[in-house]
Design a protein around this ligand. Structure first.
Ligand code: ADP
Ligand code: MG
Length: 337
C-alpha cells in the first residue's frame, strides 16, 4: 500500500543528509549564529559532540512566536524564493538544519531577540516539541544538542571514536574562526578551553590563537587588491611546511573551499623552497567577482570551479611570489618575537 510518510519520519530520513556526524551539526549551528549577526560565539562539546554540543551566540535571537517554526522543515527566514538565492549572503537558506538535527537528538534552545523582554525555552526530542515556556535570559540564542542519534542506534554505531569526532569538530571551528576574524570564538572541549579568538578583525591574532604554535609567527602577510580580485591572508615562509595539505587553508568569498587548482598553484610556487613531499602552509582569502566562479549550492560541498583557471593560477603565482619576497612576518606586524 502506498502512503505518505509522517513529518517525523520524513525529517528522520532527511537528517541522514544534513546530519552526518557531530561536526556537521557544529557547522550548521555556528553558521546559524553567524547568519544571526553574532559578534561572539561559544562552542562547548562533551565526548566528541556525541553527548553534548552547546552553542551560545549573542545574535538576533528568534521571536517567541517563530520558535516552533524554526524546527519545521523548509522553514527559513533567509530567502523567500529561488530568485533570492543568487543575492543571498547568508550561509544557510534551505531551512533544513534545525528540523534534521532535532529529528535525531534531544534539543534544548533558549532564545531572546533584543526587542523582547523575556525569552523562550523550548525542548524538542526526536522531532517532537515536548516543552515550551517563557524564561529570563540574555539576548541571543543558546542551543544544546544532546545524545545525538539516541533514536537511530544504527547511525550511532557509525560514528568515529570520541577522539576522531573531536578532531573533525576542531577542524570545523578552526576554519570558521579563521574565516571570521571579526567574530570572537571560544571553543571548550570537556571543560577545557581550547582557544579564544579576540574578534577584533585581526587575522594574524586568530592564527596565533587557534594554532598556538610559535612557528606561525613567521608567516608572511599577503595583501593584494585589484579590480575584480582581492587576495589577502598569510603564507608560510619556506622554513614552514607540513606533511599534508591540512594547513593549506583557502577561503573564496568567505567560504572554506578545497581546490586542486589552488593547491597545485601553491605547491608549484613552493616546489624549490620546501623539501620534496612536504606541503606549504597558508591561510588565504580570495575574494572574486561571483560571476567568475561556479559554487555548488549544496551547503556541505566545498568544491568550486573558476571559469578561467589559468588566469587565477597566474595571478596567484605572481602575487604570492611578490609577498614572499617582501617578508612581512606576523611577528613584525604584532611587535612580538
Ligand atoms: P536555515 O539556516 O537554512 O534558514 P535552519 O534550520 O538552520 O535553516 O534554521 C531555521 C531558522 O531558524 C533560520 O532561518 C533562522 O530564522 C532561525 N535560527 C536558527 N538558528 C538561529 C540563531 N542562532 N539565531 C537566530 N535565529 C536562528
Ligand atoms: Mg541554518
Amino acid at each position: 500500500m502506498i502512503r505518505l510518510l509522517d513529518d517525523v519520519t520524513i525529517n528522520k530520513i532527511a537528517a541522514g543528509e544534513v546530519v552526518e556526524a557531530p561536526y556537521s551539526i557544529v557547522k550548521e549551528l555556528i553558521e546559524n549564529a553567524i547568519d544571526a549577526e553574532a559578534k561572539s560565539i561559544t562552542l562547548e562539546i562533551k565526548e566528541g559532540g556525541k553527548k553534548l554540543i552547546r552553542i551560545t551566540d549573542d545574535g538576533l535571537g528568534i521571536p517567541e512566536d517563530e520558535v516552533e517554526m524554526a524546527f519545521q522543515r523548509h522553514a527559513t527566514s533567509k530567502i523567500n524564493s529561488l530568485e533570492d538565492l543568487s543575492n543571498t549572503l547568508s550561509l544557510g537558506f534551505r531551512g533544513e538544519a534545525l528540523a534534521s538535527i532535532a529529528a535525531v537528538s534531544q534539543i534544548e534552545m533558549i532564545t531572546r531577540p533584543k526587542t523582547q523582554s523575556v525569552g523562550v525555552a523550548i525542548e524538542v526530542a526526536g522531532g517532537v516539541i515536548t516543552n515550551k515556556k517563557s524564561i529570563g535570559c540574555p539576548s541571543g540564542t543558546t542551543i544544546m544538542v544532546k545524545n545525538l542519534f539516541y533514536n537511530t542506534p544504527a547511525r550511532l554505531k557509525f560514528l568515529k571514536s570520541i577522539q576522531g569526532e573531536t578532531g573533525k569538530i576542531s577542524e570545523i571551528i578552526t576554519r570558521l574562526a579563521l574565516s571570521r576574524p571579526d567574530i570572537s570564538f571560544k571553543y571548550i572541549n570537556n571543560n577545557n578551553i581550547m582557544f579564544t579568538t579576540p574578534g577584533n578583525n585581526d587575522l594574524s591574532q586568530v592564527i596565533l590563537s587557534v594554532f598556538q604554535q610559535d612557528w606561525f609567527k613567521s608567516m608572511l602577510k599577503v595583501d593584494e587588491a585589484d579590480d575584480d580580485i582581492k587576495v589577502y591572508g598569510y603564507i608560510g615562509q619556506p622554513n614552514l611546511y607540513r606533511g599534508n595539505r591540512s594547513y593549506e587553508i583557502v577561503f573564496v568569498n568567505g567560504r572554506f573551499i578545497k581546490s586542486k587548482l589552488i593547491y597545485h598553484t601553491l605547491e608549484r610556487l613552493y616546489r624549490d623552497r620546501i623539501p620534496i613531499n612536504k606541503f606549504p602552509v597558508c591561510v588565504l582569502n580570495i575574494n572574486i567577482e561571483p560571476t567568475y566562479i561556479d559554487v555548488n549550492v549544496h551547503p556541505s560541498k566545498t568544491e568550486i570551479k573558476f571559469h578561467d583557471e589559468e588566469a587565477i593560477s597566474n595571478y596567484l603565482t605572481i602575487t604570492l611570489d611578490k609577498w614572499l619576497s617582501k617578508r612581512v612576518t606576523i611577528a613584525k606586524l604584532e611587535g612580538i618575537s
